[in-house]
Ligand binder design. Structure first.
Ligand code: MG
Length: 269
């Protein structure tokens, strides 16, 4: 897959378009992976460049699997649009809002977590209740492969969990309502709401592939020139690189790319 630093000219060309947006995932993209989600922090350099980009671009947004308010606190940049729960929740100034239809899933998620509680007896497993979705983390398990098998078996045996969409991410399994809202639909909404004519999406995990596809759909259907950028790591799902236009090597490279983007936006202005 082409490395983006060898193809900056095409990004520059898209950046010349009148309204260019940057949409990014959070964990594993602008924040290094940590042993637990609570320990993860947005890289200070990413925060610095994102903050500058908010003044330079038509839109700077994050779409995370975390609850919207949690992502917003973690990023801590007021001007940035924050979407959480894989596209199901949006944080505005004062409160967060769920997309319609997903409120019905509050009870299902709660019941599913209840049914999966026996998993917590395995050392290293934790379950994050994010109201409309849940994430089962197993990064701290001594044998992650067998933990993953046990979790998938428990989901299969849980009447509430097995009706949900299961997505296997980096050392975590997400349970998501089977509705047609995801990082991809959220990306398309942002492109249309902000009349973007150019943009990039940065992500490192399976749920980001929906957003990569949305970027390609927008290029095809709208007056939009954009690129899907896969942040690669040893844990990266192979599919991610297949669907990306360009790659970056980890969060350090994302810092360098954001710096370049910000400097180039100033130059072109
Ligand atoms: Mg991620």
């Amino acid at each position: 897959m082409p490395y983006i630093f060898d193809h900056l000219d095409v990004i520059k060309e898209a950046l010349r378009r009148s309204s260019f947006g940057l949409i990014t995932d959070v964990d594993g993209t602008i924040s290094q992976t940590a042993p637990t989600p609570q320990q993860a922090e947005v890289s200070p350099l990413c925060r610095q460049y994102l903050s500058a980009l908010c003044k330079q671009l038509a839109l700077v947004a994050a779409i995370s699997g975390r609850p919207a308010a949690e992502a917003k606190n973690m990023i801590n940049i007021d001007e940035m649009v924050c979407i959480g729960n894989h596209g199901l929740e949006r944080c505005s100034e004062s409160h967060s809002e769920f997309t319609k239809d997903v409120q019905d899933y509050f009870k299902v998620i709660e019941a599913a977590i209840e049914e999966l509680t026996p998993l917590l007896s395995m050392k290293g497993i934790s379950i994050d209740n994010k109201r409309v979705t849940a994430t089962i983390h197993y990064r701290l398990c001594r044998d992650p492969l067998s933990a993953e098998r046990n979790i998938l078996a428990a989901i299969e045996n849980s009447p509430h969990a097995r009706g949900l969409r299961t997505i296997q991410g980096r050392m975590a399994i997400d349970l998501i309502p089977p509705v047609n809202v995801n990082k991809g639909t959220a990306t398309l909404d942002l492109i249309q709401e902000h009349n973007l004519q150019g943009g990039v999406y940065l992500g490192d995990d399976l749920t980001d592939i929906d957003a990569f596809r949305a970027i390609h759909t927008a290029c095809h259907d709208l007056d939009f020139k954009g690129f899907a950028i896969g942040v690669i790591s040893q844990e990266m799902p192979a599919k991610l690189a297949e669907e990306a236009d360009f790659t970056l090597n980890g969060v350090d490279d994302v810092e360098r790319f954001l710096k370049w983007l910000s400097q180039t936006a100033v130059e072109l202005n």
